[in-house]
Design a protein around this ligand. Structure first.
Ligand code: PLP
Length: 373
């Protein structure tokens, strides 16, 4: 099989989505599955939908277009404030978008009127992460501006936590978000349907027995894909940590690591090189590098340490004496490594356990899904 590659177990993605969707449903919260870390990969998005995600969310319009071209028809929300230069395509491809700028909303409204559509607007409130968001005291005014604008409809409000500053949402912040939903309704009338409380970092809050108030939606990416809490890095109970595996090939194994004196022609030192190496660590080189992934975000198998990486090489120390040139090594990934590997043009993506076959799918055979790679 080709290397480097990522093996994606779609059954584990379905299971992880299902597990979170079930836990959140009991709390009155639906899951909007976020596909940005997998560049809007259609088969992974479909696995999330099959697992019970109510809709999909993407940060990049290019990924939304990839989903649409693959025939994904469910609601897709753009969760990064749209670029002014892309409003026409945003209205065409997305049911709704998260917004923080009235000038962008006005451009979206104009684009929607040209297309005879109504584009949904979710206003992002700044609740302490200090990335995107409207200051809470300005939210009512902006909401009224949206309500008065033909071509757009105020669908809801949202907040984001633990992205820029890594601080998990507190009970009081979440209570404040619910209060904001009530305030916006009080100020501008229409029912605020969606109150999107945040991302994977909100799961401990949402499943921890706190009152969920008005929050009825979470946007979940990392927890579905990697089965971990992004704030602590801990595995979430009942979830798979290994839906994705990065496989790379060994291109060199030797003992040069124990000889830091290569190129030094001092004969006294050269003799030192003849001392047998008693270390059991072998240094090996894999054909993968910074251009493909975040080397520091690879989880090293037991008995293995990361020595370093360059753009195209990964250098590793290992006790595994069976590894030789041509061997494959398998790695689990953290979020940053996954995100870059999924975007790397040189990495093949192999899907496992695609949808349980039905008659409808048998007609096309398994190669149908491989075509989406
Ligand atoms: C990336 C992102 C998410 C999803 O975050 P995860 O930690 O992957 O769950 C949710 N909302 C917004 C606005 C995002 O940018």
């Amino acid at each position: 099989m080709r290397c480097p590659r990522i093996e994606v177990d779609l059954r584990k993605i379905r299971h992880n989505t299902q597990t979170i969707a079930k836990r959140l449903k009991r709390r009155g919260i639906r899951v909007t599955a976020v596909t940005k870390a997998v560049c809007g990969h259609p088969a992974i998005a479909r696995a999330m939908r099959d697992g019970g995600a109510a809709g999909l969310a993407e940060a990049r319009l290019s990924n939304v277009k990839r989903l649409r071209q693959a025939g994904v028809t469910c609601p897709i929300t753009l969760i990064r404030t749209p670029m002014l230069s892309q409003v026409d395509d945003v209205v065409q491809a997305c049911e709704a978008s998260y917004n923080t700028e009235l000038s962008v909303i006005a451009a979206l409204a104009a684009a929607a009127r040209r297309q005879n559509k109504v584009h949904g607007i979710i206003l992002m409130a700044e609740m302490g992460d200090q990335r995107e968001g409207i200051m809470p005291h300005d939210l009512g005014d902006v909401a009224r501006g949206v309500v008065d604008m033909p071509g757009v409809a105020l669908k809801g409000i949202g907040a984001n936590f633990a992205c820029l500053n890594g601080i998990a949402p507190t009970v009081s912040k979440m209570r404040a978000l619910s209060a904001l939903a009530n305030d916006v309704e009080g100020q501008c009338g229409p029912f605020v349907e969606t109150v999107s409380g945040g991302n994977s970092a909100n799961l401990p809050w949402a499943t921890g027995g706190n009152a969920t108030g008005r929050v009825n939606d979470l946007r979940i990416g990392e927890a579905i894909l990697l089965g971990v809490d992004p704030v602590t890095g801990d595995q979430i109970g009942g979830m798979y940590r290994d839906a994705f595996t990065l496989v790379a090939e060994v291109i060199e194994t030797d003992a040069k690591s124990v000889d830091p004196l290569v190129g030094n022609f001092d004969h006294t030192l050269a003799r030192i090189r003849l001392v047998p190496d008693i270390s059991e660590i072998t240094r090996i080189i894999l054909a993968i590098g910074h251009q493909d992934t975040d080397a520091a975000g690879l989880l090293m198998p037991a008995g293995t340490t990361l020595i370093g990486a360059t753009s195209d090489h990964l250098v590793i120390g290992t006790c595994d004496a069976t590894l030789c040139v041509g061997s494959e090594m398998r790695f689990q990934m953290r979020y940053g490594a996954l995100m870059r590997a999924m975007a790397a043009s040189d990495i093949q993506i192999n899907l496992r356990n695609d949808r349980p076959t039905t008659n409808a799918h048998n007609v096309h055979g398994p190669s149908k899904h491989l075509a989406l790679v």
